[in-house]
Design a protein around this ligand. Structure first.
Ligand code: D41
Length: 714
């Protein structure tokens, strides 16, 4: 078999039978590497090329087509609805726990039950795994061939989704041969889900096609799996993770759940790597906390973790209560979505005057806190979601992200529900609200005349990434503006102890501390200064580009459009925004006054992108925890050599620097074939002499750092 994996030399063109067999093996090997080993061997385009070659070959020689050829995944549409499948062994449900106490009690019950029959020697061993937020399905393999896929349904019977399941590349059409012949029958249970990136891409396509977008990856996965036409399912990238077993005939299972998962993986089934064998309640709770912290960096949604007594013999001893096994429990994370009602909708005015509609909600506990306000983003979003005052809505609060209204439930709409009307004038300052034809964001035209914008501008100016005035917060900004103590950021530097001591909750000591902090903040960098001005479209990265390019403020102030466009990553939109800001005499006055009151920085010579050719002009994305460098430090090192640190991975990314627990960004890098470095690799790159060019290998294995480009066969 092994020699079939080498592309035959062109001189010896193999007969079509052999070429087709080679292509099928090669395609299966790549799918396995991608979906099961999580280590792609070739870029997607190479897979596509091999796939097309096999398709062409089979078209020319239809006798070569085999049922389990990767080209045969998409079958004919199902007529007259999905058939019902009665599960040979019912698909059980899981009982839920929410608090530590629930888990401690579960472990105690397990110990009590087991020790009735045998003396327990120490804590119980569990297999802990993720609880995927997808759809449970059962796959039936007969003699290693996939013959049926069915949804869980009510646990006793589900829907026949064989044709759709066959289109899921993560699901092998044929099991890899283990020692001995394949089992007569093997039912594999697991979850079908959609990764965040694939969900976003699907919704972008839906939007472009004017079709309905999906609310979340779970719904998208469910909708995709229950299609009547498998050609549609085939266009949706679904994944699968195996976590259980149904009927098994003609083979015996390993002795534990964790050994079974390993066995599945060897058989070519995707099994999630995020799993552990742990002991006792303490081990379970440690796993819960570990996964809770890493949850955001996973490329898919989970809604908790699942614990299973590891030994199958002990599982049998424990048995079931009604439809749920006594040997397993789901430990759920606090729900991130909840239903509540919209009491009112009003608008908030942001730093740049952006008007954001905000839903005032009946208080609801979601994502671990009580939420009373949720953003509706903008008018177009609000209309698309058709949210009305009085509606029942789904609110989502994930991690530290601002709570948002996800969707409304029109079927629960009361008769007196009212539509939101965008105000014509700013509720804070009364200035007109305008929305340019081609933009989605409406804005208050009041500028710094609008106190809402002034407050936000001050907060932006003082924030950590700008002038970094310690102790400057929202309450303070509100008071300074409301008492007319501060009109522009420059006024901050003229505040006196008496001004501050008169404010609410401001003792003399804290007033003095604040004055000191303001005084200290005068020493800054040009990049921070430019960022602090709050010019639209000028974020931190652009501010740094500008500072690096011009070296000093006067260069920026004098720049015309052509000069701005010469700055890396500055395009016409950013250039116009800067020019518009600087054309406003008022803004120039504020800048002058800031210099007068002593805000200063070291002016540099403009940096030419020549420091280290391996780094200068290159875009880096940092992800995960590096062993010694903080992310900020790594970023500074990259920037010091003319490189740029970006937040997300795209085709323009040159390097992804990945540490521990790197998640979706690393995944994306692999998908796009972006070079991945670890910390040692980054440091080696930074130490490289000037003049190293693009086409020289950046690092050789064994040179102190490691690098893997996923086109290499690792
Ligand atoms: O990830 C999951 N959603 C998951 C679901 C999992 N990791 N393990 C599971 N194990 C079971 C048993 C123990 C009954 C085999 C499950 C489910 N059941 C399950 N999924 C839907 C209902 C039950």
């Amino acid at each position: 078999m092994a020699d079939l994996f080498d592309d035959p030399p062109p001189s010896a063109v193999p007969p079509p039978v052999q070429r087709a067999a080679w292509l099928r093996d090669e395609l299966a090997r790549h799918s396995h590497a991608y979906f099961v080993l999580d280590a792609p061997l070739v870029p997607d385009a190479e897979y596509d090329r091999l796939f097309r070659e096999l398709q062409d070959l089979e078209a020319a020689h239809p006798e070569l087509i085999l049922a389990d050829s990767p080209t045969q995944r998409v079958g004919a549409p199902v007529q007259g609805g999905l058939a019902t499948v009665v599960h040979a062994l019912p698909m059980l449900s899981l009982s839920n726990g929410f608090e530590d106490g629930d888990i401690i009690a579960f472990d105690q019950r397990v110990m009590d039950t087991l020790s009735r029959d045998v003396a327990l020697d120490g804590p119980v061993e569990y297999c802990a795994e993720l609880k995927f937020d997808g759809l449970a399905i059962s796959l039936r393999y007969e003699r290693g061939q996939l013959v049926q896929g069915a949804t869980r349904g009510d646990g006793s019977s589900g829907e026949d989704v064989t044709a759709n399941v066959r289109t899921i590349r993560a699901i092998p059409l044929q099991l890899r041969s283990l020692a001995g012949p394949p089992p007569e029958v093997l039912e594999v249970r697991g979850e079908v889900l959609m990764y965040h990136a694939d969900f976003a891409a699907l919704n972008a396509r839906q939007r472009a096609a004017g079709a309905r977008e999906f609310v979340n990856p779970r719904n998208a996965a469910a909708g995709s799996l229950r299609q009547l036409d498998p050609a549609i399912t085939a266009q949706r990238v679904l994944r699968f993770f195996a976590y259980g077993v149904g009927i098994i005939e003609g083979a015996s299972l390993p002795l534990s759940h964790s050994a079974m998962l390993d066995w599945f993986r060897q058989a070519g089934l995707p099994v999630c790597a995020e799993r552990a064998v742990v002991s006792g309640a303490e081990g379970l709770l440690d796993f819960y906390r570990l996964i809770g912290a890493a949850r955001r960096s996973l490329p898919y949604d989970i809604d908790g973790v699942v614990y299973k007594v590891n030994s199958f013999a002990r599982q049998r001893e424990l048995g079931f209560v009604s439809r749920a096994p006594r040997f397993a429990i789901a430990h759920k994370f606090p729900a991130e979505e909840a239903l509540t009602t919209v009491l009112d909708i009003d608008v908030q005015v942001g730093r740049t005057g952006a008007i954001t509609p905000v839903a005032r909600l009946a208080p609801v506990f979601v994502g671990g806190v009580t939420v009373t306000n949720a953003t509706l983003h903008n008018e177009a979003e609000l209309r698309r979601k058709d949210v009305r005052i009085g509606d029942t809505v789904t609110v989502r609060r994930a991690g530290d992200v601002i709570p948002e209204v996800v969707s409304s439930l029109p079927e629960r709409r009361p008769a007196d529900a009212r539509e939101f009307v965008m105000p014509a004038s700013c509720p804070v300052c009364g200035s007109a609200i305008e929305r340019p034809e081609d933009e989605v964001i409406a804005r208050c035209t009041g500028g710094l005349f609008c106190s809402a914008q002034r407050k936000q501008a001050l907060l932006h100016f003082a924030q950590r990434r700008a002038l970094d005035i310690e102790g400057f917060g929202e309450k303070l900004s509100d008071q300074l503006v409301e008492r007319n103590l501060v009109q522009t950021p420059a006024d901050l530097f003229c505040l006196t102890l008496a001004d501050l001591a008169g404010l609410e909750r401001m003792a003399e000591k804290s007033a003095q501390n604040l004055l000191d902090a303001i005084h200290q903040a005068r020493a800054t960098t040009l990049a921070r200064f430019l960022y602090s001005l709050g010019i639209r479209q000028v974020g931190e990265a652009t501010a740094k580009d500008l500072a690096r390019h011009f070296g000093g403020l006067d260069g920026v102030l004098a720049a015309d459009e052509a000069a701005l466009l010469a700055v890396r990553d500055v395009g016409p939109v950013v250039a116009h925004s800067i020019l518009r800001f600087l054309a406003e005499p008022h803004n120039r006055t504020v800048i002058e006054r800031l210099r007068e009151v002593g805000v200063h920085w070291a002016e540099n010579q403009p940096v030419r992108a020549s420091g280290n050719a391996s780094v200068a002009g290159k875009t880096f994305v940092l992800t995960g925890t590096l062993p010694t460098l903080t992310r900020d430090h790594a970023r500074e090192l990259i920037e010091a050599q003319g490189g740029k640190a970006a937040g997300s991975v795209s085709r323009k990314t040159d390097f992804v620097v990945a540490g521990d627990e790197a998640g979706s960004k690393l995944e994306r890098a692999r998908e796009l074939g972006v070079t991945v470095l670890d910390e040692a690799g980054l440091l080696a790159l930074l130490a490289m002499p000037a003049g190293t060019t693009d086409d020289q290998p950046v690092l050789q294995p064994g040179e102190g750092g490691t690098m893997n480009q996923n086109t290499d066969q690792t």
